[in-house]
Unconditional design. Structure first.
Ligand SMILES: *[C@@H]1O[C@H](CO)[C@@H](O)[C@H](O)[C@H]1NC(C)=O
Ligand SMILES: *[C@@H]1O[C@H](CO)[C@@H](O)[C@H](O)[C@H]1NC(C)=O
Ligand SMILES: *[C@@H]1O[C@H](CO)[C@@H](O)[C@H](O)[C@H]1NC(C)=O
Ligand SMILES: *[C@@H]1O[C@H](CO)[C@@H](O)[C@H](O)[C@H]1NC(C)=O
Length: 956
């Protein structure tokens, strides 16, 4: 275009009134001379063009015409780092005074070459960036002043990039939960692209330091999923900043937040937008999927029109047609969606089912914008070809590993989804949705994805390089490369080994763990686990449209011979013992013979004659193991098919403390029995069974004080009337005490005292009498150490009166470690649930985090005080039951060698059996056969369950 000479002669005040420009916006043009009250005025200008026939004319050219033209030129610039970014010597996030650090002799997973590159060498961190990877030139090291460089000898330890969480609500849904902690969902409209998660970011969330202790260095903080368009997301680094502000936590904010609202930095940086479809927006807005998609189309149409106006405006501006052009068309509410249409926004789209994915894919093609990733996305593995039809490029898929079936939309979720999607060339990300999953253990999601078939390079990439790329930050995070941000995790094992824990975490080169407690880890954990073969199961997931049959392939009631056993665990009456391990014998391979579901002989083909029966079924365990079946307590397993669907579950009991209990039920004293509500073959129960959790103990569902009597059942049984399906009709009496109830804690304790001093008649009186005699345990759901202290006193009070010893068990127990000695002395047991505590609520906030933040874990602290400890799962997390075997292995690793394998198994079998009042031998009447390792290992797979009570061996 021709160059205009702009001469500001006279301010045209009349234009002020008509200006539609936003006051904040105009600060962007503040380089002009005469900006009054934040408004850019128009100026009359005489422009003379040089030429053979100079012509004098008059046109109004705005004083900020150059900026407008620049703005127009920038409109469609795709975000990128500044051109000099790759030669930077110092990070914009560098904290001055940070000592340079040399990590020597590390095993460095760089993320390069598709995650396949591993370098043995050194890593130099300085000025907030990685200065060298592998070999650090001597002259570089020599240039440092003597003593300045901090040297860490990694002794060959694994080093990875910081863990990157693509989907988190850290700070926006803070812990512990207090009023105002949940700032994720606005209820003011279906489409609200103008909202910003940054505006909710609480800097005092207890979870920041916990997540950092798990190696998480960067997180994308998304608004919630109650809206179709919930708002803009922001990427933060998790370390504390000197300024202590939310804004100072931002990584490459797309705007200069010290100034105007939507002033883009140049070149533009990636913006993030949260979208959601399906059930959540429908539920929150009493609408349907049709309403949601229409709301999207309406919003995008609004944005499209604004974009067209801007484009028309710019076309005129760049060709000098300033006359009556007015102000650049701008709208604070729709500008974010316009940027979507200009390809400047990474859309993180919560979307589960084929129907919803289809709707969004159509939307992307109608309005021509790409989706960065579908999140949760439990059905994406069923529709890869649909994903490939999305506008622009195939979206990545951000998943949980095994958290599924919690609502219809996730009912067909599969643990094999990461692997199936990767096989289709679709990028896979594992994400936390923190605090839905505690992001401290995001790497555990990658470990599980690997266990179920995702290649190790892709599994590690799924929580580092891939999410970095999907959020548009792969130029600086997610890899260990020269010039990248110094976000580095030094691990105590291979990061994909179970229980992998950081020894140190660097963010922007700043060491985050002040005094890390490091665990001793054995050599075999220093490599990626060799995971089992799930080929058949993976195929079946697809073949059955996400609902493969989960029952055994066959149930054998005759003789079954297990060959090539390397270890055997049994409960011979004194808890779990390891009967033998490979190291113990050097002779013939060991076998175990099971007849009618009962172990009849262990030895060799020579010493177990029954094994020679030619017709008997033989199962080769390839160095595997037999161990007692595990038990799970804490979730409503067996009472619920789908947690989010009321019509699929037993339902909640009346709470006699706060509800009017109908008189037809007997007023306030009925005791509800979970056994009456049991539902067999829930998918969570069958998956638990296939994962070695053969017994479920479940109390009636209650969100109040009195739940009722729990029951023990076989998780693999087809229905209640099968012999052995119900293992014990009634186990324990269950109550809960909590700061969260509507009646006071003192009232709850008074109620318990009234009950325990035998002042109640009816059914409840009968059950309490059993508790007082010590024939059934009183299991008390409690997290607060203060409430536990009152309960310990109450127990002593009652026992003085009755002269008998009560069996009391605390379930939950997040703060139990504070009273470990007193709990041990009082003979109270603890079921820690979840196994790894998290401060969800105030009465859990003093949980013991375990290494690297504390030397001891809650479990090892309680065990050291002679407390009988079991591990349970969270309420509402029946999906998590299947992971019990990994939970107890992890607990053993966290105890730093103080818990052997047999004791680890006991945490979820014989100990729980005792704590929940099951007859001794109930749990160990099931034996679980695993190939490739013990029931605890990522290398092993459950292949059969022998049930003495049912008289069969189920073979999977
Ligand atoms: C490496 O070994 C040395 C000597 O045993 C020890 O002091 C140091 O803490 C180890 N480093 C790491 C990162 O574990
Ligand atoms: C690196 O550490 C390993 C494990 O401690 C050790 O065997 C090896 O000798 C070390 N290499 C160097 C170069 O220090
Ligand atoms: C605002 O931030 C930008 C980018 O970080 C910086 O260049 C500018 O100087 C800051 N302005 C003020 C007024 O602090
Ligand atoms: C735990 O029990 C052992 C063995 O009975 C005993 O020696 C030890 O003192 C007990 N520890 C505590 C903390 O009570």
């Amino acid at each position: 275009m021709e160059k205009a000479v702009i001469a500001p002669y006279k301010q045209d005040w009349s234009s002020r009134r008509n200006s539609r420009q936003h006051p904040l916006l105009s600060a962007a043009f503040a380089t002009g001379l005469l900006i009054v009250c934040g408004y850019a005025g128009l100026f009359t200008a005489y422009t003379a063009f040089q030429g053979p026939h100079p012509k004098k004319f008059s046109v109004q050219i705005p004083i900020n015409a150059n900026q407008i033209i620049q703005k127009c030129a920038n409109l469609n610039v795709i975000p990128s780092p500044p051109s000099d970014f790759y030669s930077r010597k110092e990070s914009d996030r560098h904290v001055s005074g940070t000592r340079p650090t040399l990590i020597k002799n590390a095993t460095i997973w760089t993320g390069n070459i598709d995650g396949l590159e591993v370098i043995l060498g050194d890593l130099l961190l300085d000025k907030g960036i990685i200065q060298a990877v592998g070999e650090v030139p001597v002259h570089v090291l020599n240039a440092y002043e003597h003593g300045l460089l901090k040297v860490i000898d990694a002794n060959g330890s694994w080093v990875s990039p910081g863990i990157v969480d693509l989907h988190s609500h850290l700070g926006d849904y803070s812990s512990p939960k207090l009023r105002g902690s949940d700032d994720t969902n606005s209820r003011k409209g279906l489409v609200q692209p103008w909202l910003r998660s940054l505006d909710s970011l609480n800097t005092h969330d207890d979870a920041y330091q916990l997540s950092v202790a798990g190696g998480v260095t960067t997180a994308n903080i998304l608004p919630g999923s109650a809206n179709a368009i919930g708002g803009q997301a922001f990427v933060i680094k998790l370390r504390p900043t000197e300024e202590r502000s939310p804004s100072s936590m931002l990584l490459e904010p797309p705007f200069a937040f010290n100034g105007s609202g939507i002033q883009e930095v140049q070149p533009p940086r990636w913006r993030q937008l949260k979208q959601a479809c399906g059930e959540n927006p429908s539920r929150f807005y009493s609408g349907t999927r049709m309403d949601t998609i229409w709301a999207y189309r309406q919003g995008y149409e609004e944005a499209r029109k604004l974009k067209v106006k801007q484009d028309v405006y710019c076309e005129k501006a760049v060709t000098g047609q300033w006359d009556s052009l007015g102000d650049f068309p701008e709208n604070l509410q729709w500008e974010a969606l316009v940027d979507v249409l200009r390809g400047k926004v990474k859309i993180q789209n919560h979307c589960y089912e084929a129907v919803d994915l289809d709707g969004i894919v159509r939307l992307t093609n109608e309005f021509e914008f790409p989706i960065a990733a579908f999140h949760h996305a439990h059905e994406t593995y069923l529709v890869p070809d649909l994903l490939k039809k999305a506008y622009g490029h195939t979206p990545a898929v951000a998943l949980f590993a095994t958290n599924a079936r919690y609502k219809r939309e996730s009912y067909r979720g599969s643990e094999f989804a990461p692997r199936i999607l990767a096989d289709h060339g679709i990028e896979v990300v594992m994400k936390s949705d923190h605090p839905v999953l505690n992001s401290r253990f995001l790497v555990y999601e990658a470990q599980q994805a690997h266990y179920f078939g995702l290649a190790d390079n892709l599994a590690l990439a799924s929580v580092t390089s891939t999410p970095a790329k999907i959020m548009g930050q792969e130029h600086r995070i997610g890899y260990l490369r020269k010039g990248y941000d110094a976000d580095v995790v030094l691990w105590d094992s291979h990061p994909l080994a179970i229980g992998a824990t950081p020894k140190q975490v660097f963010i922007d080169g700043v060491a985050q763990l002040k005094n890390p407690f490091v665990l001793p880890k054995s050599d075999y954990l220093q490599r990626a686990p060799k995971t089992p073969d799930f080929e058949q199961e993976t195929k079946a997931a697809l073949e059955y449209d996400g609902l493969p049959p989960l029952g055994p392939k066959e149930s054998v009631s005759d003789i079954v011979v297990f060959r090539n056993l390397s270890s055997l665990f049994l409960d011979l009456g004194n808890g779990i013992e390891q009967i033998f391990a490979t190291e113990d014998y050097l002779g013939e391979p060991q076998i175990a013979v099971v007849q009618d579901g009962k172990l009849s002989c262990v030895g060799t083909f020579g010493t177990c004659p029954t094994s020679l029966d030619m017709n008997s079924r033989t199962v080769d365990l390839h160095g595997g193991s037999l161990a007692p079946g595990l038990l799970s307590y804490g979730s409503p397993l067996g009472l619920v098919h789908i947690a989010g669907e009321e019509t699929t579950q037993d339902g909640e009991v009346f709470d006699g403390l706060t509800d009017e209990v109908p008189s037809i039920l007997g007023g306030n004293s009925p005791v509800i029995r979970a056994v009456d509500g049991l539902q067999f073959t829930t998918r969570d129960a069958l998956l638990a069974y296939r994962s070695g959790v053969t017994t479920g103990v479940t109390a009636p569902c209650s969100s109040g004080f009195l739940a009722g009597l729990s029951t023990a059942f076989n998780t693999g049984a087809a229905h209640k009337l099968i012999e052995g399906a119900v293992m014990q009709d009634e186990a324990a009496l269950h109550v809960s005490l909590s700061l969260s109830f509507s009646v006071s804690v003192s009232t709850q304790i008074a109620t318990l005292r009234t009950l325990l001093f035998g002042r109640l008649e009816g059914d409840l009186g009968v059950q309490i009498a059993k508790v007082l005699k010590g024939t059934i345990p009183l299991v008390i759901g409690v997290h607060s150490a203060d409430i536990m202290a009152s309960l310990i006193q109450l127990k002593a009070e009652v026992e003085r009166e009755t002269g008998k010893t009560m069996q009391m068990t605390f379930a939950g127990g997040s703060e139990a470690h504070i009273l470990a000695r007193e709990i041990g002395a009082a003979g109270v047991g603890v079921i820690l649930s979840p196994a790894r505590s998290f401060p969800f609520f105030w009465d859990m906030r003093r949980m013991l985090p375990g290494p690297p933040l504390s030397q001891h874990s809650a479990i090892s602290t309680l065990l050291a005080a002679n407390v009988t400890v079991g591990v349970g799962v969270n309420f509402d997390e029946a999906w998590a039951v299947r992971n019990t075997r990994f939970d107890v292995n992890w607990a053993a690793l966290e105890a730093g060698g103080e818990i052997c394998k047999a004791e680890a198994i006991a945490l979820a079998s014989s100990n729980l059996e005792k704590l929940l009042g099951l007859n001794s031998g109930t749990v160990s009447s099931n034996l679980v056969a695993t190939t490739g390792g013990t029931i605890l290992d990522f290398e092993s797979k459950v292949v059969a369950v022998a049930s003495a009570k049912r008289g069969v061996v189920d073979i999977f």
